[in-house]
Ligand binder design. Structure first.
Ligand code: PAP
Length: 352
């Protein structure tokens, strides 16, 4: 990969120029089914302001941030053309999305900003979510915003494995999956949701949040099914997908950042390491730095930049969950992850 061509805030058309007729037919059928489904499928009032709907066993927004996100996801399944050079950052919400976006963006674009990191790096001005768009919301429907034709395309998504556009799986592109201890995901989602709730909707109690999470009701959840499907995919395709945990990234940031760069095809050279480039990227993307940069302003209407930065710690669940709640979530995790080498103890993913 040539770092000189790395991508800055790059969007390109979602629709392939050679959209096949079959795809159009399949898409129309899927969208018809979707319209029927919306009237009958299980739905839940959700965590923030939007209802969640079940699609293929996972909970989804129908409408989010100005996009019909379920419809967008279905459309993407039939029309999106991944490229072998693409990089996809996949997470469940509250699992380290903002951080991994910042890190991947800084790594892939480091040549571009090497002379002005301290003053005008985009991450010192823009929320990482602006630098790396979400496939299903920010990217969908855009045709030429920020198009500068550079490669690789760096995109993020929360879409579950079973609904990922097939072209992403077939293209052989790189996927980074980051997951986090479910108990910390629950706590993070609880605070995030309460901050974003409309004034007309009262704050959610932690008991209520726990109950929803336990039942699997969270955007793009159930948590366990999302993680497990990508974990299994990573076992089958170890060269295409890097499976990371937030906990490991937190504990071994420098090593994991080097590993990430290597996986993304742009390993740090000895000379870069000696110049302190790795440390600089770690500092640039640190919670301390990014939370300061994003103290003010809005990511979009009703979504302040600072809502993506709260504590940035491992283990905050200890100050929220009762012993009984801990027992219940531990038990579900043990059962669901039985036979899988997934643990949120630091250093547990030795194969990485
Ligand atoms: P999203 O899916 O809505 O984008 P996401 O970024 O995955 O959210 O998760 C937010 C969590 O990551 C927050 O965790 P907390 O609520 O437990 O504090 C947030 O503080 C944390 N976070 C954001 N940026 C960073 C960072 N640079 N380093 C470490 N943690 C971070």
């Amino acid at each position: 990969m040539s770092l000189n061509n790395a991508c800055s805030l790059s969007f390109a058309t979602v629709h392939s120029e050679n959209d096949h007729e079959d795809n159009t037919t399949n898409l129309n059928l899927a969208l018809d089914r979707y319209k029927d489904m919306l009237t009958t499928c299980p739905k839940d009032k959700g965590w923030v302001n939007e209802d969640l709907y079940i699609y293929k066993g996972f909970w989804h927004f129908n409408f989010l941030w100005g996009v019909f996100s379920l419809e967008a996801m279905m459309t993407l399944q039939h029309t999106f053309q991944a490229q072998p050079t693409d990089i996809y950052l996949i997470t469940l919400p509250k699992s380290g999305t903002t951080w991994i976006k910042a890190l991947a963006y800084a790594i892939v674009n480091r040549e571009r900003y090497k002379n002005n990191t301290l003053s005008s790096h985009p991450l010192l001005t823009y929320n990482p979510h602006k630098c790396v768009p979400f496939l299903e919301t920010e990217f969908f429907g855009k045709t030429s915003v920020y198009t500068d034709g550079c490669l690789p395309r760096l995109l993020a998504t929360h879409i579950p494995y079973s609904s990922l556009p097939q072209s992403i799986l077939d293209s052989g592109c790189r996927i980074v999956y980051m997951c986090r201890n479910p108990k910390d995901v629950l706590v993070s989602l609880f605070h995030f949701s309460n901050k974003l709730r409309d004034k007309s909707r009262c704050r959610m109690a932690f008991d209520e949040a726990f109950e929803m999470f336990r039942k699997g009701v969270m955007p793009y959840g159930p948590y366990w099914d999302h993680v497990k499907a990508y974990y299994n995919f990573s076992l089958e395709h170890p060269n295409n997908i890097l499976f990371l945990t937030y906990e490991d990234m937190k504990e071994n940031t420098v090593n994991k950042v080097k590993l990430l760069a290597e996986f993304l095809g742009c390993a740090f050279t000895k000379e870069e390491e000696a110049r302190g480039v790795v440390d600089e990227i770690v500092r640039l993307c640190s919670f301390e730095n990014l939370s300061e940069v994003n103290k003010h302003g809005d990511f979009r209407e009703g979504v302040p930049n600072d809502v993506f930065f709260r504590e940035g710690k491992v283990g905050d669940w200890r100050s929220h969950l009762t012993d009984e709640m801990t027992k219940v979530l531990n038990q579900i995790t043990t059962e669901k992850f039985h036979g899988l080498d997934i643990s949120f103890e630091v250093g547990s993913l030795e194969r990485n």
